[in-house]
Design a protein around this ligand. Structure first.
Ligand SMILES: NC(=O)c1ccc[n+]([C@@H]2O[C@H](COP(=O)([O-])OP(=O)(O)OC[C@H]3O[C@@H](n4cnc5c(N)ncnc54)[C@H](OP(=O)(O)O)[C@@H]3O)[C@@H](O)[C@H]2O)c1
Length: 248
């Protein structure tokens, strides 16, 4: 059976759980060869056994050298790079004065600098792919509702990182539009994942919601698949996806 992404190579960061894992599965189901990046090697190796041609690249997105080496290894192994999905993320919520500043730094390092570094490493290869037979390449970044508006005081630094990612992606879109590297942002509402079921104080809680109050990781994977399977002249630059009952 032929898929809409046959012949493409995709990197998914944070592919070891939640939205990243679901996105890797969904893109592979469309025929993409998926390179799985995250820190938990065993999780990636387990997932790779289920996805044809998938490769495993254990890497911390805050380690710039390791990240550039991982992207180079993907291109070497698979012969190019058509799509980057920036998904790896970390969340910590709470009143500002009670915060551990180390958590703030980690959010900035993973959610913002990690996205910048991964994109920086991937861009030359994406630009090359856009000049190839597919005629287009994609950077899709998983932001958040909190990247559009600040949903609560406790989302302070998390929201700041996601707003920052939105600004960077818009600049990137403007810079690469004529080179056919499409830049898309997906802004999920509440999704049931490790991030929202940890029981951490002040964290968004997906455990107490009914079916309509929470999204599944596969709902966000669907959005990513939609974006990267548009015809080459159409770019979906932003997609906000909430559970039907989510008010803010
Ligand atoms: N869940 C929600 O309600 C929600 C809503 C809006 C947006 N989002 C965003 O969606 C994205 C995915 O989150 P999720 O909900 O799927 O949560 P999750 O299950 O906790 O997934 C987070 C992923 O990021 C990876 N990661 C974290 N730090 C990393 C690092 N330093 N280097 C490499 N990988 C790292 C983790 O892998 P390792 O631990 O193996 O490294 C994991 O695969 C995040 O950007 C998050 O901000 C989530």
């Amino acid at each position: 059976m032929s898929g809409r992404l046959d012949g493409t190579t995709v990197i998914v960061t944070g592919a070891s759980s939640g939205i990243g894992e679901a996105t890797a599965r969904a893109l592979a189901a469309e025929g993409a060869t998926v390179a799985l990046l995250a820190r938990r090697r065993e999780r990636l190796e387990e997932l790779a056994t289920e996805l044809p041609r998938a490769s495993v690249h254990p890497v911390d997105v805050t380690d710039d050298d390791a990240l550039h080496a991982a992207v180079a290894a993907v291109v070497e192994q698979h012969g190019g790079l058509d799509v980057l999905v920036n998904n790896a993320g970390f969340g910590s919520w709470g009143p500002a004065a009670e915060a551990d500043v180390a958590d703030w730094r980690t959010m900035i390092d993973v959610n913002l600098t990690g996205v910048l570094s991964t994109t920086h490493a991937a861009l030359p290869h994406l630009a090359t792919a856009a000049g190839g037979p597919r005629g287009v390449a994609d950077v899709v970044t998983i932001s958040s509702v909190a990247g559009r508006r600040v949903p609560s005081p406790e989302s302070n630094v998390y929201a700041a990182t996601k707003h920052g990612v939105g600004a960077f992606c818009e600049a990137l879109r403007q810079e690469y539009a004529e080179r056919h590297v499409r830049v898309g942002l997906v802004e999920p509402g509440l999704v049931a994942s490790e991030m929202t079921t940890s029981g951490a104080q002040y964290a968004p809680d997906a455990t107490s919601k009914g079916e309509r109050g929470v999204l599944a990781p596969a709902d966000i994977a669907d959005a990513v698949v939609y974006i990267v399977t548009r015809p080459r002249h159409a770019a979906v630059n932003e997609m906000l996806v909430r559970p039907v009952e989510q008010v803010r």
